[in-house]
Design a protein around this ligand. Structure first.
Ligand SMILES: [Fe+2]
Ligand SMILES: [Fe+2]
Length: 249
């Protein structure tokens, strides 16, 4: 199924792609670099998809559907559970037993969540919104995915406006780190794991990320991010100091 069309078609296409990635991971040899690369691709897809849903789909569900608030809260809770597991998976070597356990758990959670969206939430949304609204939301979701973070940030805000404000800034940093480390590609999968499983990024990557943060973010964005990470002394820091503290954390 190709991308495009209304919000339901776009998100359903994502769901099928994610299922395809689970299938490829199962076929890749246990403990292989290919498995690591595919798990990174899966994480990138799931994070982008979830962030876009949290920015545009769930607010509409909350507004337009009877019982929408409860439905949206449940879906956001599901995302939170998966995101925590993806964060753990990010630091896991593919030969580690935890890697397979976490993948199994992510697949179970995602399968249940997708079923709930496709069988309960999408049909209700198709009833409540007209064709133009569904198409417009499809466009908004595609735009959001292009800007969204690609790495799990389990403690980031999940509801507007804070998620929209921070999402784009965090997304640029994530994409820069991905480009520099080759994450989700053969180059990234072959990177050494010097600390016994958890993957370290080269110092040059961290420096480049920090430099971008200083140039590309406003003081307010940096301060919000510092608050989210509970960085001590943030209220007395200037922009440069905030940037330095964030790059250390
Ligand atoms: Fe979802
Ligand atoms: Fe979804």
């Amino acid at each position: 199924m190709a991308h495009g069309g209304n919000v339901i078609k776009e998100l359903t296409t994502d769901h099928r792609e994610v299922e395809g990635l689970f299938g490829k991971i199962r076929k890749a040899p246990a403990g292989s670099a290919e498995r690591r690369m595919l798990a990174d691709q899966l994480t990138m897809e799931l994070v982008r998809h979830s962030v876009a849903e949290e920015q545009y789909l769930y607010p509409a569900v909350r507004d337009k559907l009877p019982n929408g608030g409860r439905m949206a809260d449940k879906e956001i809770r599901d995302h939170g559970k998966v995101e925590k597991q993806l964060k753990e998976l990010e630091g896991c070597a593919p030969g580690d037993r935890r890697f397979d356990r976490l993948l199994d758990s992510v697949e179970r959670e995602v399968t249940e969540h997708v079923k709930d969206e496709e069988e309960r939430l999408f049909p209700a949304l198709a009833e409540a919104l007209d064709a133009r609204e569904l198409n417009d939301m499809g466009d908004a979701i595609r735009r959001a995915k292009r800007m969204a973070p690609t790495r799990p940030h389990p403690s980031a805000p999940t509801t507007p406006p804070a998620n929209k404000l921070l999402g784009a800034g965090v997304g640029v940093v994530d994409r820069l780190r991905d480009a520099l480390t080759g994450r989700g590609t053969k180059r990234g999968a072959a990177a050494p794991t010097p600390d016994g499983g958890s993957r370290r990024e080269p110092a040059a990557t961290k420096r480049a990320t920090a430099e971008w943060t200083a140039e590309g973010s406003t003081y307010a964005q940096l301060y919000e991010e510092a608050k989210r990470r509970h960085i001590d002394g943030r209220s007395k820091m200037n922009k440069k100091e905030l940037s330095r503290a964030l790059s250390r954390g």
